[in-house]
Write a protein of this length. Structure first.
Length: 748
């Protein structure tokens, strides 16, 4: 009995210990509802490939091959329960549909090739970091997914009898069509699928994603299909339709078309598992096959998953938190998980990738990244990478400079070596400057400065700053310019110019510093003291008539703003908080207006320009306590351990970055200025593991300590056992601290 108890105790200890690992707190279902646009599929950190359940093509019209009428930007929505396969290249947390292609689907019984006919409900879903599984109700199949960086790996557990594995190249989220498939042998398929036109921009820049697939069990029968554009009926006339071949059994030549695919059919004498590996590449089929071989060759499903799980554990362990609220840990580590999806790796294992604009194949000795959603990520995401993953941030900066070399311009919203020109402003300048100012200087800063100046000064054929000539002349972009959202655009140019000024100052370029610092506050020309809002103007300086500060909410149109209204953009430029306070008539008026944002329901947690709003109270002496109250209120309201646990599109990890910072108790209040502002952390203790190659030390400890004092008094922090005098701390002071103690009022 004693021996049994000892063994039982050891097993129990191991289980408890395993549950306390950061990787075990990841809940990939967070954000799969409420337009979070994440998916629960299997992916490795920064993975090119991912395997996601695809459930956004519902059984609504058996004669239609169209997606649901509702515009969905992701392959999976938690509430949907009709599965039509598993897609192998996907995006996470974005607001426009793209990718979601190379879709596999296991079935049993007779062969069906229309997804509306072969789709099924599913149950018993499970999702973990690097793993997803579900049971397909109609077929009694358990489908499991994992992935390496460039290869998706599936395991289908079939019952006895006839079974099929389909590879559908017609279905997807992309607006493009066109594919090629070739069956190489009873265990191999290869091909490509055209994708592109993200947010319906640049359709001429469509591009291929290549794949090579391997099956662990040879097929008894195989073939390819091609569905006519007007498909009627179900399985009648399988071999031909109006003279056009639909199914070609045993066909091993290339099949090209829009709605095409391939199938492998089996006749199992007993229950059997088949593993499917699909390597992907944006260069060639040969590279896709090499990616598959190098990453997963000789490894079964369990071995690949074990490696990917360890990779996730290593990435997530960069921060260790302590506290009694397990739900907070799920939110925190899932947020870190979402931050490790995009930007993602773009180069193949041999270093090759397609260059932007040149039509050439480039080759990197390091890592080429893609999916630069910079309008979203410049505000907090890249600052957090500089702190937690500085080696990745530098690689991303170098990728951005490579794009400049190839394209002649810094990226704005780059995806797979195409510039989508989504959203507004010149965000790359902010990221480059911010990175350098945080001490990550191992990149060509003179080239970066040159690229930033080009975007900020070239008035002809400037794809990054439309309306720049008017902005330089008048200090603002007018409603007469034809540029959408001229007030928002002016503000975005201001923050980019502020970033250029800060870098110029750091590099000793005094003339550039003075010039761009002056330009960085020109939004003041759009402030109307009568309405106390920023308002659109005509080029001649007259206010645009019919101004409505509420117009533009919930993505309705506003002639002055992009995806927001006057309330949601008023306080955006935190680098000039003091200037706005003066414009408004002082701290009291500023605070009252800021109060109104929250009290009257004008704050939008899903809108990036609002991100700094709750922290702005720290600019008002005596009202700093409101910052912590608002931050904690927003965390509790919008961030949950449930599918609707994000406030909206995760925007490639930006919403998640806000949560990570806020839960740790500090936030990068001013983009391109290496300073944080302080609130109350959620956890009792936080240990940040710093990269000693960049920070000269391996950890920073943050603790929360409650003290008994006046309930409404604002409590600062202690740094290295010394009281820190204010609510702003530089990046240098933070990372060089041995310990930070956040002093908070004792709870009642």
């Amino acid at each position: 009995m004693k021996k049994f108890l000892v063994v039982y105790g050891l097993l129990l200890f191991q289980c408890v210990t395993a549950q306390n690992e950061p990787v075990d707190y990841v809940n990939p279902f967070i954000g799969t509802s409420n337009f979070g646009a994440t998916h629960p599929g299997a992916i490795a950190p920064r993975g090119m490939a991912s395997v996601s359940p695809f459930n956004v093509a519902g059984r609504t019209d058996l004669n239609s091959l169209e997606k649901d009428s509702r515009w969905l930007s992701n392959p999976y929505v938690y509430e949907n329960k009709f599965l039509t396969g598993f897609s192998h290249v996907n995006m996470s947390g974005v607001g426009c549909p793209e990718l979601g292609v190379i879709i596999s689907m296991p079935t049993t019984g007779s062969l069906k090739i229309n997804h509306l006919n072969y789709g099924t409900t599913y149950s018993n879903e499970e999702a973990k970091a690097g793993y997803y599984s579900a049971e397909l109700d109609e077929y009694n199949i358990k489908a499991e997914m994992t992935a390496s960086t460039r290869t998706g790996v599936s395991r289908y557990s079939f019952p006895k009898g006839k079974s099929n594995i389909l590879l559908n190249l017609g279905l997807g989220l992309t607006n493009e069509q066109g594919a090629m498939v070739k069956i190489v042998s009873p265990t191999e398929i290869e091909g490509m699928r055209t994708v592109g036109s993200f947010c319906y921009n640049s359709p001429e820049a469509a591009y291929p994603v290549y794949f090579a697939a391997e099956f662990s069990v040879p097929a008894n029968e195989f073939g390819a299909w091609k569905i006519p554009s007007k498909y009627e009926g179900e399985e009648a006339q399988w071999m031909t339709y109006n003279g056009e071949t639909r199914i070609k059994k045993g066909f091993t030549r290339e099949v090209i078309g829009d709605s095409i695919g391939a199938y492998f059919t089996y006749d199992f004498k007993e229950p059997t598992s088949v593993e499917l590996k699909i390597g992907v590449s944006y260069v060639s089929i040969e590279n896709a096959r090499e990616n598959l071989k190098k990453e997963t060759g000789g490894k079964d499903f369990d071995a690949v998953y074990a490696e990917t799980r360890k990779s996730w554990q290593d990435k997530l362990s960069v921060v260790e938190v302590k506290g009694n609220n397990e739900e907070d840990k799920h939110v925190f580590y899932t947020s870190l998980y979402h931050m490790q999806i995009h930007p993602n790796i773009f180069n193949d294992v041999n270093g090759e990738y397609p260059e932007i604009s040149t039509g050439k194949i480039g080759k990197t000795e390091g890592t080429r990244y893609t999916t630069f959603s910079l309008w979203d990520t410049y505000r907090n995401y890249h600052q957090l990478l500089s702190l937690l993953y500085p080696e990745e941030q530098l690689e991303m900066v170098n990728s951005m400079l490579e794009i400049y070399d190839e394209n002649g311009w810094l990226p704005k919203w780059e995806l797979n070596s195409t510039e989508t020109f989504t959203m507004v402003g010149d965000p790359a300048a902010v990221i480059l400057s911010d990175t350098y100012l945080r001490g990550l200087t191992d990149f060509n800063v003179e080239k970066a400065y040159e690229a930033m100046l080009k975007s900020a000064t070239k008035t002809e054929n400037n794809p990054l700053r439309p309306g720049l000539d008017e902005y330089i002349k008048n200090g603002f972009v007018s409603v007469d310019s034809g540029v959408a959202g001229p007030v928002s655009v002016t503000q975005e140019y201001n923050i980019a110019d502020f970033a250029i000024a800060q870098l110029a100052k750091e590099l000793g370029k005094e003339e550039g510093y003075q010039k761009f610092l002056k330009r960085s506050v020109s939004y003041r020309e759009l402030y109307n003291p009568e309405s106390q809002f920023l308002q659109p103007k005509h080029e001649n300086g007259r206010w645009m008539e019919g101004f409505d500060p509420l117009a533009g909410a919930n993505f309705s149109k506003n002639p002055g703003f992009i995806e927001g209204n006057a309330w949601q953009y008023l306080f955006m430029l935190s680098h000039d908080a003091e200037g706005l306070i003066k414009l408004m008539g002082g701290e009291k008026a500023y605070e009252e207006k800021l109060d109104a944002v929250f009290e009257k329901g004008h704050f939008d947690m899903a809108n990036e320009p609002d991100f700094a709003y709750p922290y702005l109270y720290n600019f008002i002496p005596g009202s700093e306590n409101k910052a912590s109250k608002q931050v904690n209120k927003l965390l509790n309201k919008y961030y949950k351990n449930s599918p609707d646990g994000l406030p909206g599109n995760d925007d490639t990890g930006t919403m998640s970055a806000w949560a990570v910072y806020s839960m740790m108790g500090f936030y990068p209040i001013i983009p391109a200025k290496s300073v944080y502002t302080i609130t109350t952390p959620v956890f009792e203790q936080i240990k940040i593991k710093l990269n000693p190659d960049f920070y000269g030390k391996d950890s920073l400890i943050i603790r929360k300590k409650e003290i008994n004092n006046q309930k409404n008094k604002v409590y600062p922090l202690m740094r290295n056992n010394q009281v820190f005098p204010n609510f702003f701390i530089s990046h240098e002071d933070l990372v060089n601290s041995k310990e930070l103690i956040f002093l908070t009022p004792e709870k009642e």
